[in-house]
Design a protein around this ligand. Structure first.
Ligand code: FES
Ligand code: FES
Length: 156
């Protein structure tokens, strides 16, 4: 497979590496750079587990060619906490018990981040719509919606 040089800025750090032309962003983040918080589940764009931010916008890394996002700013779940200080969305997920098995959680939190960046004070319906692409088999969604709603209202 043909390799090409690539630079990525992930969670504020620069990475220069050679990637396969057909490598997915998910593969580069997990396998080449070690960001295992980017979860793979369906691999087909149906579940949202692999969601990351690229230049501030949520993308499904299982459907994104790494070559297409060379030079861009990527944020994964590992980039949200500052030391032991969790992001307000992470704190709210913990507070509301919005995490059970945790498999969906990184993608769900990144999707919530995207939603709150676009609309800092979403209604419950807007939260549901904003997170509709992210599936959770465990929580029944209510606790996740409550957590995001809490952040939108300024709760910690
Ligand atoms: S693993 Fe990417 S959407 Fe399911
Ligand atoms: S907490 Fe298990 S899939 Fe969401």
């Amino acid at each position: 497979m043909q390799k090409i040089p690539a630079t990525f800025f992930v969670n504020g750090d620069r990475y220069d590496l050679m990637i396969d032309t057909h490598a997915l962003l998910l593969e580069v983040l997990r396998d080449d750079l070690g960001f295992k918080g980017v979860h793979e589940s369906c691999g087909e764009g149906d579940c949202g587990a692999c969601t990351v931010l690229v230049d501030g916008v949520a993308v499904l890394s299982c459907l994104t060619l790494a070559a297409a996002v060379r030079g861009k700013e990527i944020v994964t779940i590992e980039g949200l906490a500052k030391g032991s200080d969790l992001d307000p969305i992470q704190n709210a997920f913990v507070k509301h018990g919005a995490i059970q098995c945790g498999y969906c959680t990184p993608g769900m939190v990144m999707a919530a981040k995207n939603l709150l960046n676009e609309n800092p004070h979403p209604s419950r319906e807007e939260i549901k719509k904003g997170l509709a692409g992210n599936l959770c088999r465990c929580t029944g969604y209510n606790k996740i919606i409550e957590a995001v709603s809490d952040v939108a209202k300024g709760g910690k």
